[in-house]
Design a protein around this ligand. Structure first.
Ligand code: AMO
Length: 450
């Protein structure tokens, strides 16, 4: 048995016997020769050639190759695209072959699993059809690349955290209370009570500070009962979270955040930059630090001067405002990232710390990348008396939050952290139209399958 070789490794090998396996992408069945394009998990494809075409068995032939060639020819003629096959043959370098400069002369062609000849997804299928048949859509090399990029990005972030001694945690996704606001909350029957799906690991990541863990991180699911159909909202998404102790202000959180982004983008550029350029026609830009920082109130003024007024003075930046501030930052600093800081208390959750000299402003920020919010971070209020006040002020029930407030009754260091939507980062980095393209299996208001 010849050892299986990945298609991406063929160009670097000497001519000779090889075995490859993958799925059939295309068959050109000509009278005297058959061509098969085979792709595998490396994302690359290779041309297989069957020169020994035998269409009919000659009853008078004594050629012992006849039946084998006949079987091979028939198998190739009948194989539907998408079928998984194992092939062995002779690797030959041939400059005239556009696909990688090599081809394989087939000796054996074994169909492992046949595909249905009616392929439900075509190259021009819309996103909904592609999501219905996500596993077939994911066979496109662009799609596989997205998930390789994701793997590299997360690995680089993890490395930064690990180098700093952060601990990885998995917080529960079944909760007895809301973690953000009561809006956008999924509830479910939980024996004889009601449980809620975690909107964020927020409350539990702060518990790690009370536990004396120092720095922690989590990459895990978050759920929002958000009925919107925009390109950046999902009902379930992967949240990248971290939280760490002994900070002086939200500035410390922003500095770690920048460091993580730079590490992630650098790793992606080094490992996949050339392939991203080839498949998506874009260059990954590693941002310079520090990222520009603009207080929200000032950002609104800047946007207003550019002719756009955020509809409500006390509101968060809306999507158009985010696009406008990005345009400004790009023009002025040539930067794709901007931290909008010091959000008004009225639009921030109860757990954000407020400015010592101004109760109306929080020690918080949003990170905007190419005009879309990818992250929220803050210093948290760690003083129990202040926290209890803030809970009441927001009209929340301290009894429901008792488990959380208890974290602060037995000593806790000053701390802060952020949450970042993985899909939003990837969508913007790879210039994809929607987070649907970069989410393994998207969940939205009308999508629970597959
Ligand atoms: P926030 O609610 O801003 O903050 O969420 C943090 C980030 O999560 C992503 N995100 C989403 N992605 C896809 N679909 C959604 N429906 C969705 N909602 C949010 C965004 C967003 O910036 N606990 C705080 C974070 C913190 O302070 O640590 C929080 O959850 O990229």
């Amino acid at each position: 048995m010849i050892e299986r070789v990945l298609i991406s490794e063929l160009a670097g090998r000497e001519d000779g016997p090889v075995s490859v396996s993958g799925w059939v992408e295309k068959v050109r069945d000509q009278r005297y020769v058959q061509f098969v394009v085979l792709r595998d998990e490396s994302g690359q494809a290779v041309q297989l050639v069957n020169g020994g075409v035998v269409r009919e068995l000659d009853p008078n032939s004594e050629d012992p190759k006849d039946p084998a060639r006949f079987e091979r020819t028939t198998a190739i003629s009948e194989v539907a695209t998408g079928s998984f096959v194992t092939v062995s043959g002779e690797l030959q370098h041939n400059e005239r072959v556009k696909l990688g400069g090599v081809e394989i002369q087939i000796d054996e062609f074994n169909v492992i699993t046949k595909a249905d000849p009616d392929t439900p997804v075509q190259p021009d299928s819309g996103i909904d059809v592609r999501l219905d048949w996500r596993f077939l859509d994911l066979r496109r090399p662009e799609q596989a690349l997205i998930f390789k990029v994701q793997t590299t990005f997360l690995h680089a972030l993890r490395q930064v955290w690990i180098d700093r001694g952060f601990i990885e945690v998995q917080t529960p996704k079944l909760m007895a209370s809301a973690s953000e606001s009561r809006a956008e909350l999924f509830s479910l029957e939980y024996f004889d009570t009601t449980a809620y799906l975690a909107q964020s690991p927020q409350l539990f990541k702060q518990m790690a500070q009370a536990a004396g863990f120092g720095g922690i991180f989590e990459v895990g699911p978050a759920f929002r009962a958000d009925p919107s159909f925009t390109s950046r909202h999902a009902t379930e998404f992967t949240s990248i979270d971290c939280e760490f102790s002994w900070i002086d202000s939200h500035e410390d959180v922003m500095q770690l955040h920048e460091e993580l982004i730079v590490a992630g983008f650098t790793a992606v550029k080094e490992k996949h930059g050339a392939e991203i350029e080839k498949l998506f026609g874009i260059t990954v830009e590693v941002p310079s630090t520090p990222f520009p920082r603009i207080p929200l109130a000032e950002a609104k003024e800047i946007v207003k001067e550019r002719g756009y007024e955020v509809p409500r003075a006390d509101a968060d930046m809306d999507p158009e405002g985010e696009r406008q501030i990005h345009a400004y930052v790009k023009e002025k600093y040539g930067h794709d990232f901007v931290f909008l800081t010091d959000y008004a208390t009225s639009i921030r959750p109860f757990y954000h710390m407020r400015h010592a000299d101004n109760n109306e402003l929080t020690c918080s920020y949003d990170l905007i990348y190419r005009g879309t919010e990818i992250s929220t971070g803050a210093q948290r209020e760690h003083r129990i008396e202040v926290l209890e006040e803030q809970v009441k002020e927001k009209g929340m029930d301290p009894a429901e939050l008792k488990f959380y407030l208890d974290f602060f009754r037995h000593g806790v260091p000053p701390h802060g952290g952020f949450g970042m939507g993985l899909a939003r980062v990837l969508m913007l980095m790879l210039e994809q139209a929607s987070i649907r393209e970069v989410t393994y299996l998207f969940r939205g208001p009308t999508r629970l399958l597959p």
